[in-house]
Design a protein around this ligand. Sequence first.
Ligand SMILES: NC(=O)c1ccc[n+]([C@@H]2O[C@H](COP(=O)([O-])OP(=O)(O)OC[C@H]3O[C@@H](n4cnc5c(N)ncnc54)[C@H](OP(=O)(O)O)[C@@H]3O)[C@@H](O)[C@H]2O)c1
Length: 293
Amino acid sequence: MTGATSGIGANAAGRIAAQPNIRLIIGARGGHSGPEGAEVIPLDLASLASVRTFADDVKKRLGGAHIDALVLNAGIQTSDTTQRTVDGFEMTFAVNHLAHYLLARLLVPSMSDDGRLVITTSDTHDPAVFSGAPKTLDPEALAHPDKNKGGVRFSAYPASKLCDLLTARSFAALAKVQPPHVTAIAYNPGLTLGTGLNRDAPRLMRFLIGIVIPVLSLFRPQFRSGTPERAGEALAQLTLGEVNPPPGRVYASLARGELTFPDPSALAQSDEARDLLWRESATMVGLPLHTEQ
Ligand SMILES: NC(=O)c1ccc[n+]([C@@H]2O[C@H](COP(=O)([O-])OP(=O)(O)OC[C@H]3O[C@@H](n4cnc5c(N)ncnc54)[C@H](OP(=O)(O)O)[C@@H]3O)[C@@H](O)[C@H]2O)c1
């Protein structure tokens, strides 16, 4: 599991680790311990080398045992799209999408046939929810945005979440034609205040989010926040198979505390966008289009 050290993921990890007969392995940046009983392995999603080392370490520790669930929940939200990873990719795209794409490519072949791949997305990928959401997809422009273009600043996060959704759809499509026949789910926790997601936002912005959104929510239901506890519980339910998407559905969205399975945006449903992202992501991480099983 990634993103298990804070907010929604920490709540989910606590619930998952509390189940009997569970071995929970967490990838996290230095200094985190995770819930009792969990094994924590160093992972910095801002480095593709770190992702590869983590995947190797997980496989070594498992010694051939299969993974029942792979939860890719880590995420960042920043308006500073000038930040680059050690590999030269825009930070939000790299951490939220590319590192998780690589991790899934490396670990899904080690999953059990009835395993579950859960990738945390966001309803902000959808222009019907957030006006800054992407209406077209150009992976290369997301990976290396033009620093002189202002427009990408607020669209980097929703675009990365569109990529998470499309990646879940790719693994769902793959699982239909080759083993392991995992269930792939893109999970939207919905607006959840009280997590660390805005920790890098300027202080004034954080203050405004804490004041303005609760006031707006009195008039506009889309600004109503859920809690990290419920969002984490729903993530754990999907991971443990306590809640299952209806056949053929990939997008699971928490709405007023209930898990629902609506259509994502039109772009998220596009097979052309899905396959374009898969191809370009494979090139970016240096993998062939498909891994031999
Ligand atoms: N909160 C919302 O309103 C909301 C809405 C929709 C979707 N989401 C999604 O929900 C997920 C969880 O977010 P949250 O709100 O719970 O935020 P959060 O409290 O900030 O949790 C983010 C997690 O990602 C990890 N992470 C970030 N950068 C990393 C890196 N380079 N390497 C390894 N781990 C890294 C963090 O680890 P550290 O503890 O080391 O920082 C933390 O565990 C994210 O994917 C987010 O996009 C959130």
